[in-house]
Design a protein around this ligand. Structure first.
Ligand code: DC
Length: 230
């Protein structure tokens, strides 16, 4: 299948592995747009918390999501890429309370169906790097290039600690490691669309690999995939 704007590059992997940073860098290198699906779940969780909505009601949350105006502006900053009803969401989405709620609502079938539909519309023309947990396995099983990006929980916790401290925030390593392990269990253990490596995804372990080298490896795979006749 040929898509009008190019290929779909799907990047999946666990929390804190750097999918957004790497995905954005790859998108810039190859001239594609970048979509973070984690931020879609986070945005809906943020809105639900704001409204005091029932975080266990999948149908209600899907209906709420359907009433909102979703936009994905090209951000100046690394995180500015979701706006709901005209309000741009940035720091709000990195709040731990929002992160936890997003992992919870991501368990619900109604929410997942809404997200899949929105994500397919955002990416089906190609020319996109899309990151998440189930992009290669569920949203775009026909993506031309699939990456499963991994790193040990300790490496991910260390990166998160230095990221937070770099922003002048306090960070406790053990607490963050515990949080990452719990999130892994929830994302991989859920019944619907769990985090799994698609059989045809390239596995990249970034535990002791610098980010630039991970980006180089993905761009190389992209160049090879772009030459493959379809
Ligand atoms: O990547 P992230 O931490 O910003 O994602 C927030 C939550 O959203 C994560 O705990 C799992 C969920 N998620 C998902 O279930 N499927 C996706 N494609 C992306 C995120």
């Amino acid at each position: 299948m040929t898509r009008p704007k190019g290929l779909i590059i799907a990047i999946d992997g666990p929390a804190g592995v750097g999918k957004s940073t790497v995905g954005k860098m790859v998108a810039e290198r190859v001239g594609y747009s970048f979509v973070s699906t984690g931020r879609m779940y986070r945005a809906l969780a943020w809105k639900a918390l704001e409204l005091g909505a029932d975080l266990g009601d999948g149908e209600g949350l899907a209906a709420l999501a359907g009433r909102l105006k979703w936009e994905f502006p090209k951000g100046a900053g690394p995180e500015a890429d979701v706006a709901l009803d005209g309000r741009r969401l940035e720091r709000e989405l990195t709040d731990e309370r929002v992160g936890k709620a997003s992992s919870g609502i991501a368990l619900l079938a109604g929410v997942r169906l809404f997200m899949k539909d929105m994500q397919r519309k955002a990416g089906e023309d190609g020319g996109v790097v899309m990151e998440g947990r189930d992009i290669g396995s569920n949203v775009f099983p026909d993506a031309e290039l699939k990456i499963y990006l991994d790193a040990s929980p300790r490496a991910r916790a260390e990166r998160r600690v230095s990221q937070l401290r770099g922003q002048g925030l306090q960070a406790d390593f053990d607490q963050i490691l515990d949080f990452i392990l719990k999130r892994d269990a929830q994302d991989s253990g859920r019944k619907i669309n769990p985090l799994v490596k698609a059989p045809d995804a390239h596995y990249l372990d970034s535990t002791s690999v610098p980010r630039e080298a991970v980006v180089d490896a993905i761009v190389e795979l992209f160049e090879r995939a772009a030459k493959t006749p379809r």
